[in-house]
Design a protein around this ligand. Structure first.
Ligand code: ADP
Ligand code: ASP
Ligand code: MG
Length: 407
């Protein structure tokens, strides 16, 4: 039996926590072969980013990846040392040594394939294998570069390894008891879910519920890996992310609320209203690997219009940089950035078949005098862009309006 376990940054933040996690891994290794994926300790990744920006405000992607990958390399080696100190045989591997091959896209590389031979060899020789999360390598040869998978990417390392190894279990251990109806650190009435479908988890994660990296959920769905999310410091059942089941129909059509305050809205003022302009703007951003969301084009007056969209704060400088030449070319008047916005979303597969959910969502926000700046939807999600300061109030209102505190 093979079990893949992932431990997040706060679960390995200091030597005592490392030792406690090592004890859990060692316990599991009595009944199964264990591959443990670890994140960087505590806030290491944030600290490395801040350090790089002090030295170079527009750091090169390749060097950033190399720098950030060290966080997970250190924690994986330390975890192997903690396991060895407690009398276990263990070996740590970098993402590259674990055979994780990615595309050559700095800071958000996707996994192309996994050559799991080295991991299998180590498991066969009776070792616990500790893999540095969040990273890969672009090729098997010496010309290869180290890449990282995007913030929160250790989850994706774990699920992808579980798929490649055909593991019996994939467990994501973190600092909360599982997936809740809203971020439990923001909404005190949030309730832990016993299970959630891939589709719903994907939407929640995509809209800011950082308890799971959305690409990890995507990989899980694609390869049929059930993912358990549970607390690293307790023995509680957690939440199982899996295929939608029949019982899922007789529960609340709304499963959860996600929020994202880590975004900014950009408005391009005075855009000529002609065919091909939106293509020019968004093609440039796609080329630079920037994901945009909540795109709104205003009604045009005298052949010009304003175009707004959101990006993550991490992509903000890169977006401004990428837009510079395009805006000159199309003759836009100005580029305005508004950092005081946030997204708030309701998610649930029942939304698809129950009309009136948008109505209830807007009503609940209106009652709190929360202004909706723009709206986007998917089949199972409604997202509103609102003032960042009102986000907590908005979550409270929606959690109540959709009776999410009830089982
Ligand atoms: P790790 O370091 O273990 O990867 P993260 O900080 O990435 O942990 O994710 C866990 C955090 O996700 C929790 O502490 C919680 O504040 C946040 N979170 C956001 N939305 C949810 C949700 N719906 N359910 C549980 N946790 C959530
Ligand atoms: N250390 C990385 C981050 O902070 C990856 C992870 O924790 O999953 O984003
Ligand atoms: Mg995480």
């Amino acid at each position: 039996m093979i079990i893949v376990q992932k431990y997040g940054g706060s679960s390995v933040a200091n030597p005592d926590k490392m030792k406690a996690v090592a004890a859990r891994i060692a316990e599991t290794s009595k009944k199964a072969c264990v591959v443990a994926v670890v994140s960087a300790m505590g806030d290491t990744t944030d600290e490395l980013i801040a350090l790089a920006k002090q030295i170079n405000p527009m750091p090169d992607g390749r060097e950033m990846d190399k720098l950030l990958a060290t966080g997970e390399q250190a924690s994986s080696a330390l975890m192997a040392l903690a396991l060895q100190a407690a009398g276990n045989t263990a070996v740590s591997l970098t993402g590259g040594q674990a055979g994780i091959i990615t595309e050559k896209v700095p800071s958000k590389a996707r996994i192309r394939k996994i050559d799991a031979r080295r991991i299998k060899q180590e498991l066969d020789s009776g070792k616990i294998v500790v893999v540095a999360g969040f990273q890969g390598i672009t090729d098997n040869v010496s010309s290869a570069d180290i890449t990282t998978l995007g913030r929160g990417g250790s989850d994706t390392t774990a699920v992808a390894l579980a798929a490649a190894l055909n593991a019996d279990k994939c467990e994501i251990y973190t600092d909360v008891d599982g997936v809740f109806t809203a971020d439990p650190r923001v909404e005190p009435d949030a309730r832990k879910l016993d299970s959630i479908s891939y589709e719903e988890m994907l939407e929640l994660a995509g809209q800011g519920a950082r308890v799971m990296h959305s690409r990890a959920v995507e990989v899980g769905e694609l390869y049929g890996v059930e993912i358990l999310v549970a607390n690293s410091s307790k023995q509680t059942p957690g939440t199982l992310i899996k295929k939608e089941d029949a019982n899922m129909e007789i529960r609340n059509p709304v499963r959860g609320i996600a929020h994202d305050t880590d975004i900014a809205r950009l408005t391009i003022v005075g855009v000529p209203d002609r065919p091909g302009i939106a293509y020019k703007i968004f093609h440039g951003l796609a080329e630079a690997n920037i994901s945009v969301d909540v795109i709104v084009q205003n009604v045009s007056e005298a052949g010009v219009t304003d175009l707004s969209f959101t990006v993550t704060n991490a992509d903000l400088d890169k977006t401004r940089h990428a837009l510079g030449p395009v805006l000159k070319e199309i003759g836009a008047k100005d580029l305005v950035t508004d950092p005081n916005v946030a997204k708030i979303s309701i998610v649930g597969s029942g939304i698809r078949s129950h009309p009136g959910y948008a109505d209830r969502m807007f009503g609940a926000l209106a009652e709190e005098s929360i202004n909706i700046l723009s709206i986007t939807t998917s089949e199972i999600r409604i997202t509103c862009l609102i003032d960042k300061e009102k986000v907590k109030q908005g979550i409270r209102a929606l959690h109540k309006a959709f009776e999410l505190e009830k089982v």
